[in-house]
Design a protein around this ligand. Structure first.
Ligand code: 13P
Length: 271
């Protein structure tokens, strides 16, 4: 059975104080909501890289079930790549996840299906950091009826390099699959959320694409929805058959809204 994953992408927001307060605050809420029971879903926070160590330390002290992820990584393990951060560096500080190919990186920093796939392949070879592959279409692409084609191309570029096995239990001592996040670009930061039906349709398409290669891997891969997820729509979205949680931007920056979204995951996990 797939567990729900609630992931916060802080983007370029926050400072040292906020990192401490937000991680501690979310941990406290999550603990009190679980009423002493084991966490029935997963929580991940992805702060800017300069605060990763801080977030790992605070989570370690407050609630070790809260995982920490980076927002980007180099495809190289070391070398003369000014400004870059490598997978061994992330892993050394206790960062076990990394977002790859977020639409903002594709849009503003020239990342392509091929460059994202190379980073994914580096994760597969390294093994200690779970890649969260972000995919999704623009408004123009949706309106042109190209949603499935765009998403398929984004995933196929990765499959071409690592095969379907790259999505299987290759990560964190062979315990974790890769994660996919479907984030329609038109729903990011716009307040315009995909309807649960629109999102489910694309999630089902993604799962079928994986299943055509390996049913077991498809069934065990978490596919997150991202794009204006908030407390008021999280439950409905996460209740969809192929939606396994969310990648949350704006609403992950406040203790209250992020923990309300966690509460939706808990409710579904326990239902
Ligand atoms: P918002 O939740 O702010 O729309 O951002 C979504 C996102 O880009 C998460 O990666």
């Amino acid at each position: 059975m797939r567990r729900l994953l609630v992931a916060g992408n802080w983007k370029m927001h926050g400072d040292v104080t906020m990192t401490t307060e937000l991680v501690e605050g979310v941990a406290a809420k999550v603990v009190s909501m679980s009423e002493g029971k084991d966490l029935s879903y997963e929580v991940l926070v992805c702060p800017p890289s300069i605060y990763l160590s801080k977030a790992v330390d605070v989570a370690g002290r407050a609630l070790s079930e809260i995982k920490v992820g980076a927002q980007n990584v180099s495809e190289h393990s070391h070398g003369a790549y000014t400004g870059e951060i490598s997978l061994p560096m992330l892993s050394e500080i206790g960062c076990g996840y990394v977002l790859l190919g977020h639409s903002e990186r594709r849009q503003y920093y020239g990342e392509t299906n091929e460059s994202v796939a190379k980073k994914f392949a580096a994760c597969t070879a390294f093994g200690d950091v779970v890649p969260v592959l972000c995919v999704g279409e623009s408004l123009a692409e949706r309106e042109a009826g190209l949603t499935e084609q765009v998403v398929e191309n984004q995933i196929q570029a990765v499959l071409d390099l690592v095969g379907i096995e790259g999505f299987g239990k290759k990560y964190l001592q062979n315990t974790k699959n890769a994660v996919i996040a479907y984030e329609p670009v038109w729903a990011i930061g716009t307040g315009k959320t995909a309807t649960p039906e629109q999102a489910q349709e694309v999630h089902a398409f993604i799962r079928e694409m994986l299943a055509s290669l390996d049913r077991g891997i498809a069934d065990s891969t978490q596919i997150l929805y991202g794009g204006s997820v908030k407390p008021s729509n999280a439950l409905e979205l996460f209740a969809q058959k192929d939606i396994d949680g969310g990648l949350i931007g704006g609403a992950s920056l406040e203790i209250e809204s992020f923990s309300e979204i966690c509460k939706a995951a808990q409710k579904l996990a326990e239902s």
